[in-house]
Design a binder for this molecule. Structure first.
Ligand code: SF4
Ligand code: SF4
Length: 342
């Protein structure tokens, strides 16, 4: 596994890192064991967030006493300087440390900068000056915002969803980051569960020299899979290139990544699964998606009042009510046996 440097931060780590969002769903004991095994297997970069419930606390327990051996990034959803200071203090306490390597503004609606009314950027500079954070980063889900961040020169890293299903424009975003020496922290490398070939996903990442993927890891088996690539690192050979181009054809266009940012729905629709049901039915054994539970969930689509609250919150600017309707029609056809899936 090659090592990459995250832009101006100078942080150099193996191109295979740990996304600590899913560990909030397992016990502290299981999470600590996963994190330590990841470290033993060669991972050095761990990404968490104040918003991931007890994830920071678990990371803090796992790396207490060995803080200088790992790089930890965290995030704040603060909307002003006061909130940022409060979050930062809590994060440092939870992480059992006196510094965070990369502190990121989390899922921003715009590129915050000096002199704007939020005071966020000035607070980040001050926190860096005081040594509470070492580098300033930002995470975005909207491409236009991410493009502005990549070129503005204010941030040392950008975190953005990126996988082999990325559009040409998103690939240019990674290149712009490289040109401007901005480290690219890549989230959703499996496109929210749609990609089920980790080897191809990893091979795609290795083409870039300024990018570190953070794989969301919840189970030992998932960790084993990523650690396996530390020694046997996949490359973009002919077979993987052909596979990826087939996948890109099959999954082109607007599709729901399952991120859930559009929720909650006032009618209780599980948008992040129901809006991509057609894909899930075809990319995984379909039986689990056709059970009573999911039939009930899909039926809720009938109650959509078209309030468009989901549309305004979707970072991918999807027409979610339309997507739900299309998925529901397909689902009913599959249930009736009129369309066959795997
Ligand atoms: S438009 Fe429909 S699916 Fe979207 S939030 Fe409103 S009720 Fe829910
Ligand atoms: S509709 Fe948009 S916001 Fe909602 S889960 Fe899908 S991609 Fe995410």
């Amino acid at each position: 596994m090659k090592e990459v440097t995250l832009g101006k931060t100078g942080i150099t780590v193996p191109q295979n890192a740990f996304g600590a969002l899913p560990i909030q769903r397992v016990t502290t004991e299981a999470a600590v064991s996963l994190l330590r095994r990841a470290y033993d297997g060669g991972m050095r970069f761990f990404d968490t967030a104040r918003a991931y419930s007890d994830s920071e606390e678990k990371v803090g327990i796992a790396f207490e006493g060995m803080r200088d051996k790992v790089y930890i990034s965290s995030k704040t959803q603060a909307k002003n300087a006061d909130e940022l200071w409060k979050d930062l203090e809590t994060s440092l306490k939870m992480l059992r440390t006196d510094y965070i390597d990369i502190y990121q503004l989390h899922c921003v609606p715009k590129c915050y900068g000096p002199g704007d009314e939020s005071g966020l950027y000035e607070a980040l500079l001050k926190a860096k000056e005081e040594g509470m954070i070492r580098h300033i980063g930002i995470t975005a889900h909207k491409l236009g915002v991410a493009e502005e961040i990549a070129s503005c020169g204010l941030y040392e890293t950008l975190q953005y969803p990126f996988s082999y299903l990325a559009s040409d424009r998103e690939i240019r975003l990674v290149e712009t980051c490289e040109d401007n020496n901005v480290g690219f922290i890549c989230m959703k490398g499996l496109a929210g569960g749609l990609i089920n070939n980790s080897r191809a996903a990893m091979a795609f990442m290795t083409q870039y020299d300024n990018l570190v993927p953070i794989w969301g890891i919840q189970r030992d088996q998932e960790l084993d899979e990523w650690l396996y690539y530390m020694d046997d690192t996949p490359v973009m050979d002919d077979e993987i290139c052909d596979y990826i181009s087939k996948e890109r054809k099959e999954l082109s266009g607007d599709f729901c990544r399952g991120c859930g940012y559009c929720m909650p729905c006032p009618m209780g629709i599980t948008i992040n699964q129901c809006a991509r049901m057609s894909l899930m039915l075809r990319r995984a054994p379909s039986a689990a998606w056709l059970n009573d539970h999911w039939q009930t969930e899909m039926k809720k689509i009938e109650s959509c009042v078209n309030c468009k609250s989901c549309v305004s919150k979707c970072p991918y600017e999807l027409n979610t009510p339309e997507l739900l309707k299309k998925n529901y029609e397909d689902y009913k056809n599959v249930l009736a046996g009129e369309v066959s899936v795997c």
